[in-house]
Structure formats: structure tokens, C-alpha cells
Write a protein that binds this ligand. Structure first.
Ligand SMILES: Nc1ncnc2c1ncn2[C@@H]1O[C@H](COP(=O)(O)OP(=O)(O)OP(=O)(O)O)[C@@H](O)[C@H]1O
Ligand SMILES: [Mg+2]
Length: 412
């Protein structure tokens, strides 16, 4: 196992907090070597609403990952999302005198710095500056480093988030006893886990429907073209079931997961389930048909909202690879058929891919963000993260995270 390539990611979702400890080997393979999970409390649609509860949930998730791996976690990379995330593109250029200059990383970093200075910081925090295209002396190039030219132009995707959302999230996760050295925006993370490069080329949207949020990323010609996070998720479905049948939310959640399907017409038989009544000793009977109908109504509404959002991107007609649904809600049986009806496009369920070890569990859609963060970090050829092995006096320090990472991450 390579000691310098261990990474810990913590996906703070509205429903669960999932921590993954991974080792990335020399070949770039991701080996998950530990994991922990907890029910998420105190965070709603990407914003902290009860810090004490949230800290407790984070601590539990991280501590479970420590118990499963034997590592003491001191540094994590986390995700961030929500309605207060903003996406835009910015351009800038550098010109060189004389017969041209060989472009090096410093030039690219200078461009990144120039673009970064243009971004208003009043109440926004910069999350990502991702290169979209480079033009060297009027020619489009994939990577300008090592090439000679007089004018380097670059276009970058910029993702920012409201500072108070960022600061509260960072402070709260850190109160759980770890340092957060970076954040990855949800839509970028989930896309990294489930999309194929060919899909990004021909046009695709990744839609991660979680408990409280739906995170959208649109790609065309290999480029990220649109990012959005909207406040709709599986908790609305659960609430509808609880409200309609007057049952506690926990019961509604388990009915939904065990017996729910996305379309009432696809039910093979309509048996009734009996559950204890809230008021008295009696049981109440609920038809599976009625559960499916409730789920179908709400999912239809959610998918229609998502379609409108995708249309706003201006790329809807260009999504030739269709739509990839992921996140916990993508587990709903037959959601693919319902979504195809609403989107009038091909839909597939996106499962996290390209990782090894520990358990198959993480190939389920609800782990797209967590596994995707690992893919994203891998792409940035990070150096190392700080770990200490349990039960050793001095601690087996794997090195302090190299601040160079901050620059490197922006280059890829
Ligand atoms: N088999 C299933 N059928 C229907 N819904 C499911 C199923 N499994 C999970 N879900 C729903 O998925 C949602 C949780 O998804 P996920 O774990 O991706 O959310 P999260 O990442 O915690 O939240 P968010 O990303 O919105 O902040 C819950 O609403 C849950 O009810
Ligand atoms: Mg999520």
C-alpha cells in the first residue's frame, strides 16, 4: 500500500454522512480501505441548521470509518452543494514578446490567478476554477504546457458558493475533530463517479437526486457546460407518504424503500400492507397501489422541475447520450422508465464505477458523491494527506498535506 496516497472523503448529505478512506496506487486505482456512515442530522439542503446535531453525525461517521480501517483520520475533503452555488465561465489571456515562449505551469497558474482576481469575493467563496479550453495563437489545444506560442488564451469554469454556507459547513465539520482541506461541489463529484468520457463528448446530464437536493451537471464536447443544485429530493416523497397515510416519517421511509415503485401501472399485484396505527392499538391497511401512486405523483413533479432546469441550461436538445440518474432516489424501482417518459430521452441509472476493495456496497447510486470525490482528487494527482495509525506512540505520520495541492487542483 502506498503511504503517500491515502485520501479521506466525507460526503455530508441530507440523509446520510458517508466517510470513505481510500488508497490510490501508482496506477491510479482507487482502493477503498475503510468506511463509516451515520444518519445525517442538522443539515438541510446543503445548509447547517443545527450545528450540534450535525457535528455529532459527522463525528459518528468519521469514527465508524476509523474503526473499520484502523486509521485515525485528521484531514478530510468534503462536498458542498446547495441553492447558493453559482456557475459561470471566465476568459483571460497572456501575451509574450518575441519569437514565442515555451508555456509552462507557471503561465497557467498566472492565468488562473488573473481569472481568480476577477471573481467577486464579497460574499462568495471560490470553489473551483476548472480549465475549459486553451487557445494558443488561435489554435485550440488540449494542454498548452510544453508548446511554444505568443498568445495563450484560456476559458475556465468557475464555481462559487455563498461564504456563510461555506464557512458554517467548514467550521462544523472541523468541530468534529478533523481539518477540511478542500471541498468538491456535489455535481462535479457525482459526475466523476458515474459518467463515461464518451457520454460527456456527445452530451449528457448527470442528475444526482438525494434526500434534500438534486445536483445537476451538463457536459457537451467533453466540457462542463452547466451546474445547478435544486432543493428537491427523496424526503419530499417520504413526507407525502407520511402525510397521506397519517404515519410517522420513519415508517413512511421504510414503506417507500421496501414496497415502493415509481409507477403504479407497473405493479404486478396490489396487496395491502398492515402497519400499526399511531392513535390506537388498531392496525391500518395501505394498498401498495396507493403507495406507488403517491411516489409517482411526487417523482413526476420532481422530474418535471429537473427537466425545466436542464432546458434552462440551453443544452437540452444536445444531450445525445441522454440523462444519467444517480443518488439514493435512483434506487426507486422503475424510475428509469418514469424518467424516460418525462425527459423524452434515454435514461440510465448511474452507479459509482472504477474503484476496488472493501465492499460492493459503494457501487450503489447513493455513493456517487463520495466515490466521485475520490475520482476527482485522483485526477489532481494530489500528494499526501495526514494520517496517524491507531495504537502507536509516535503516530505513523503520513505527511502533512501539501499546500501545492491548492494550485495543482486547479490545473486539471
Ligand atoms: N430503494 C429506494 N427507493 C426509494 N428511495 C430511496 C431508496 N433508497 C434510497 N432512497 C432515497 O434516497 C434519498 C437519500 O439519497 P442520498 O443518500 O443520495 O441522499 P444524501 O446524499 O444524503 O442527500 P443530499 O445529496 O440530498 O444532501 C432518501 O430520500 C431515500 O429515501
Ligand atoms: Mg448527496
Amino acid at each position: 500500500m502506498s503511504r503517500n496516497r491515502i485520501v479521506v472523503v466525507t460526503d455530508v448529505g441530507s440523509s446520510k454522512i458517508a466517510t470513505l478512506i481510500a488508497d490510490i496506487d501508482e496506477l491510479g486505482e482507487i482502493h477503498i480501505i475503510g468506511s463509516g456512515e451515520s444518519l445525517s442530522n442538522g443539515i438541510d439542503k446543503g445548509s447547517i441548521v443545527n450545528s450540534a446535531e450535525f457535528i455529532k453525525s459527522c463525528r459518528e461517521s468519521i469514527s465508524n470509518s476509523e474503526n473499520s480501517s484502523g486509521f485515525k483520520v485528521s484531514v478530510v475533503i468534503s462536498n458542498i452543494s446547495g441553492q447558493y452555488m453559482d456557475f459561470k465561465t471566465e476568459k483571460d489571456n497572456l501575451t509574450f514578446e518575441g519569437n514565442g515562449k515555451e508555456i509552462d505551469y507557471t503561465d497557467v497558474i498566472t492565468l488562473i490567478d488573473k481569472v481568480s482576481e476577477k471573481i467577486p469575493r464579497d460574499n462568495m467563496k471560490l470553489l473551483h476554477i476548472l480549465p475549459k479550453k486553451y487557445i494558443l495563437d488561435n489554435d485550440l489545444v488540449l494542454d498548452p504546457v510544453g508548446l511554444i506560442g505568443n498568445k495563450l488564451e484560456a476559458e475556465f469554469n468557475i464555481i462559487t458558493i455563498k461564504s456563510n454556507i461555506y464557512n458554517n459547513l467548514k467550521k462544523s465539520i472541523e468541530s468534529a475533530g478533523v481539518e477540511v482541506i478542500d471541498f468538491v461541489a456535489n455535481p462535479i463529484a457525482s459526475s466523476s463517479a458515474v459518467l463515461f468520457e464518451e457520454e460527456k463528448d456527445i452530451g449528457v446530464a448527470c442528475v444526482d437526486i438525494g434526500g434534500g437536493l438534486s445536483d445537476i451537471a451538463v457536459y457537451k464536447n467533453g466540457n462542463l457546460e452547466y451546474v445547478k443544485s435544486i432543493p428537491v429530493g427523496g424526503m419530499l416523497v417520504t413526507k407525502d407518504i407520511a402525510y397521506r397515510f397519517k404515519i410517522p416519517k420513519e415508517v413512511a421511509e421504510s414503506l417507500k424503500k421496501q414496497l415502493g415503485i415509481a409507477s403504479k401501472d407497473l405493479l404486478e399485484s396490489n396487496e395491502a400492507v398492515e402497519i400499526p396505527s399511531r392513535e390506537d392499538e388498531q392496525t391500518i391497511k395501505i394498498d401498495r397501489y396507493d403507495i406507488a401512486e403517491t411516489i409517482e405523483w411526487r417523482l413526476t413533479e420532481m422530474l418535471e422541475i429537473i427537466r425545466k432546469e436542464l432546458e434552462k441550461s440551453g443544452f437540452y436538445e444536445k444531450l445525445n447520450a441522454g440523462i444519467v440518474l444517480t443518488g439514493g432516489v435512483a434506487n426507486t424501482p422503475y424510475i428509469q422508465l418514469l424518467a424516460e417518459r418525462i425527459f423524452e430521452k434515454d435514461v440510465r441509472i448511474g452507479k459509482p464505477k472504477d474503484y476496488r476493495g472493501f465492499s460492493d456496497k459503494f457501487s450503489s447510486p447513493e455513493y456517487a458523491t463520495a466515490v466521485g470525490m475520490l475520482h476527482f482528487i485522483k485526477a489532481f494527482k494530489f500528494n499526501n494527506m495526514s494520517f496517524t495509525k491507531n495504537n502507536t506512540n509516535k503516530g505513523l505520520n503520513f505527511g502533512i498535506f501539501n499546500k501545492f495541492f491548492d494550485k495543482i487542483k486547479e490545473l486539471f
